[in-house]
Design a protein around this ligand. Structure first.
Ligand code: ADP
Ligand code: ZN
Length: 215
């Protein structure tokens, strides 16, 4: 089997980032997260970061042309495999992705749709913490670090994302319903969709994902 090529779909809080990291370490292909790339740009204070941050802080989607530009720059080696996390999020982005992959002569193995009930999504987002240094993800109740506020992996400081505040979480979930949820049908009709129950612990979800990948 060639390098794994996956698109991860699912609402904020479904666990795409956590699972993407698990898939990356098992299958040795890059984890490409538009959210992580945008947060990096914000942290560095680039022009791109300045434009994106206002949308992100409000829980809104960053405009397609900006995000598509970033993604394109990171898909140059797509034939070597990828785990796309947080892209595409609109029909427009899905079409752009198709074009980028066609140019690279590759197609995704599957689009994995992570399903979890709304109350689980909200509970996860409100307790989520992330490492400032390496990006590792924790949860104050479900997946606490050994030492409060400190990353197990690298000793970095953990922080709460600005957009994990309750008011912003609601806007993000609404943006998902309005703009992203239709991609489920888009990929189902292309026979790429694999839905996975993501409402339990990450290991259980990972077992399902491996089954979807390896058959
Ligand atoms: P989550 O999936 O938990 O919302 P992400 O880290 O994927 O978290 O995204 C955080 C924010 O970054 C989004 O709310 C949005 O503002 C922006 N963003 C990330 N990816 C995209 C995308 N593909 N299109 C538009 N905006 C995006
Ligand atoms: Zn860390």
């Amino acid at each position: 089997m060639g390098a794994v090529k996956l698109v991860l779909l699912g609402a904020p809080g479904a666990g795409k980032g956590t699972l993407a990291k698990m898939i990356q370490s098992e299958y040795r292909v890059p984890h490409i997260s538009t959210g992580d790339m945008l947060r990096e740009a914000v942290k560095e204070g680039t022009q791109l970061g300045k434009e994106a941050s206002q949308y992100m802080n409000e829980g809104k989607l960053v405009p397609d042309d900006i995000v598509i530009g970033i993604l394109r720059g990171n898909m140059k080696d797509c034939e070597k495999g990828f785990i796309l996390d947080g892209f595409p999020r609109t029909k427009n982005q899905a079409e752009a992705l198709q074009t980028i992959l066609d140019e690279g002569g590759v197609s995704p193995d599957a689009v994995i749709n992570f399903e979890a009930p709304p109350e689980v999504l909200i509970q996860r987002l409100s307790g989520r913490r992330q490492c400032l240094e390496c990006g590792a993800i924790y949860h104050i109740k479900n997946m606490p670090p050994r030492k409060s506020g400190i990353c197990d992996v690298c000793g970095g400081e953990l922080y709460q994302r600005d957009d994990d505040r309750r008011e912003v979480v609601e806007v993000r979930l609404k943006a998902y319903e309005e703009e992203t949820a239709e991609l489920i049908d888009y990929y189902r009709s292309r026979k790429l969709l694999e839905s996975v129950d993501a409402g339990k612990d990450p290991e259980a979800t990972f077992a399902r994902v491996k089954h979807a990948i390896d058959g």
